[in-house]
Design a protein around this ligand. Structure first.
Ligand code: ACO
Length: 323
C-alpha cells in the first residue's frame, strides 16, 4: 500500500518581531492581558518585500534541502493560504516559478486556519491515487495585511510566517505501523460564516477587507470540533489518546490548545506549543510547530503524530501520521 511519508520540512519567518510591549503603544491592551488570554508573547510581521509567496518559497527551499531534493523532484505544489499575494494567479504558481519549476502543477487551497490539514489531505489523496510521487505542501500567510490594526480584539492575535513539508510516496505494509499519513478527517459548516470572516473580497466589495471575529463564539466551538475529528481519527485507525507521541495543534490560543488536550486525555508534555513565539499564523501554524519539534529532536522517526486545526468557515480537521 502506498503511504505519504514526510521526507523533509522547513520554515521561513519575517525579519521583524512584534512584541506585546510594542502593541501596548498601538492599541489599548497589555502584555498581561494577551499572555493570560492567549499565551502569545510575540509574533513575526512581514516587512517590505516580504509576502506570502516569498515566505512560502523560503520554507519550500528549506524543506527541499532537508529532504535532499530539488524542485526537479517535485510533481505538485499545494499552498494553503487565505492571504495570497494576488487574487490570482495562485500563490502556489508564484512559488513554483520562484523555485524555477516549470513542470507539474501547483494550486492553492483555502480553508483558513485548517488549510494545512486540508492541503495534506489533498496531497495524500494525490499520492495514494498514483497521481504524484512527491508533493510540496506549504502553509504560508501574511495575516498582518488583513488585520484592522485599530481593533484590539483581533490585531494582537495573529502573525506571519510559512512552513512546508515534502510528502513522498513510499510502500507500506498497509497496517497502522506504517510510516506516513494513516488517516485524514475533514469537516466544514458554512452556517458559522459570520463568526470569523474577512469583510471584503473581489466579488463583493472589490477590496481586500479586514478580518472580523466573534472571539468568544469561536472559542465556544473550537474544543468540541477539534475533539470530533480527533475521535474520528482514532475510530479510523484503532489508536487511542495513549498511543499519541506528539499532538501538534493549530496554534490559535494556548487556552484552546490546553482545553483540547485535556478533553482528549493527552498530557501537556506531549503537546507542541509555539503560539507564544509566532501568534496565530493560520495555515502556517502547524508546519511551523511541526518543524520546531522535529528539528529539536522531540519528534523522532516512528513517532505517532496528531495534527488538528479549526478555523474560519468553520472548517476543521485532523491528520494522524507516523513520522
Ligand atoms: N487587550 C485588552 N483587553 C481586551 C483585548 C485586548 N487585546 N481584547 C478584548 N479585550 C477586552 C474586551 O473588550 C472585554 O472587555 P469588557 O469586558 O470590558 O467588554 C474583555 O477584554 C473580555 O473580552 P472577551 O472577548 O470576553 O475575552 P475572552 O476571554 O473571550 O478572550 C479571545 C478573547 C482571546 C479572542 C478569546 O475569545 C479567544 O481566544 N477566542 C478564540 C478566537 C481565536 O483564537 N481565533 C483565532 C482564529 S480561529 C482559530 O484559529 C481557531
Amino acid at each position: 500500500m502506498i503511504r505519504s511519508v514526510v521526507r523533509g520540512f522547513g520554515i521561513a519567518l519575517p525579519k521583524r518581531v512584534l512584541t506585546n510591549a510594542e502593541l501596548e503603544s498601538m492599541v489599548d491592551t497589555s502584555d498581561d492581558w494577551i499572555v493570560q488570554r492567549t499565551g502569545i508573547r510575540q509574533r513575526y510581521i512581514a516587512g517590505e518585500g516580504e509576502t506570502t509567496a516569498s515566505l512560502g518559497e523560503g520554507a519550500a527551499r528549506a524543506a527541499l534541502d532537508k529532504a535532499g531534493l530539488t524542485a526537479a523532484d517535485i510533481d505538485v505544489i499545494i499552498v494553503a493560504t487565505s492571504t495570497p499575494d494576488n487574487t490570482f494567479p495562485a500563490t502556489a504558481v508564484n512559488i513554483q516559478n520562484r523555485l524555477g519549476m516549470h513542470h507539474g502543477f501547483a494550486f492553492d487551497v483555502q480553508a483558513v486556519c485548517s488549510g494545512f490539514v486540508y492541503a495534506v489531505t489533498t496531497a495524500d489523496a494525490y499520492i495514494r491515487g498514483g497521481l504524484a510521487k512527491r508533493v510540496l505542501v506549504i502553509g504560508a500567510e501574511t495575516f498582518s495585511r488583513i488585520l484592522d490594526w485599530t481593533d484590539r480584539t483581533t490585531c494582537v492575535l495573529f502573525g506571519d510566517g510559512a512552513g512546508a513539508i515534502v510528502l513522498e510516496a513510499q510502500e507500506g505494509a498497509g497496517t497502522n505501523q506504517d510510516r506516513g499519513v494513516l488517516t485524514t478527517q475533514l469537516r466544514s459548516d458554512g452556517a458559522h460564516r459570520e463568526k470569523l470572516y474577512v469583510d471584503g473580497g473581489p466579488s463583493t466589495t472589490g477590496t481586500v477587507g479586514h478580518l472580523r471575529m466573534e472571539g468568544r463564539e469561536v472559542f465556544k466551538h473550537a474544543v468540541g470540533m477539534i475533539t470530533d475529528v480527533v475521535v474520528s481519527s482514532f475510530d479510523a485507525t484503532g489508536f487511542s489518546a495513549d498511543d499519541i507521541d506528539w499532538l501538534v495543534p493549530h496554534q490559535a490560543n494556548k487556552r484552546i490548545i490546553d482545553g483540547s488536550a485535556k478533553k482528549l486525555g493527552i498530557p501537556l508534555e506531549k503537546v507542541v506549543v509555539t503560539v507564544d513565539l509566532h501568534g496565530n499564523t493560520s495555515a502556517a501554524s502547524i508546519p511551523l510547530a511541526l518543524a520546531a519539534a522535529a528539528s529539536d529532536g522531540r519528534i523522532k522517526e516512528g513517532d505517532l503524530v496528531l495534527l488538528e486545526a479549526m478555523g474560519g468557515g468553520f472548517t476543521w480537521g485532523a491528520v494522524l501520521l507516523r513520522w
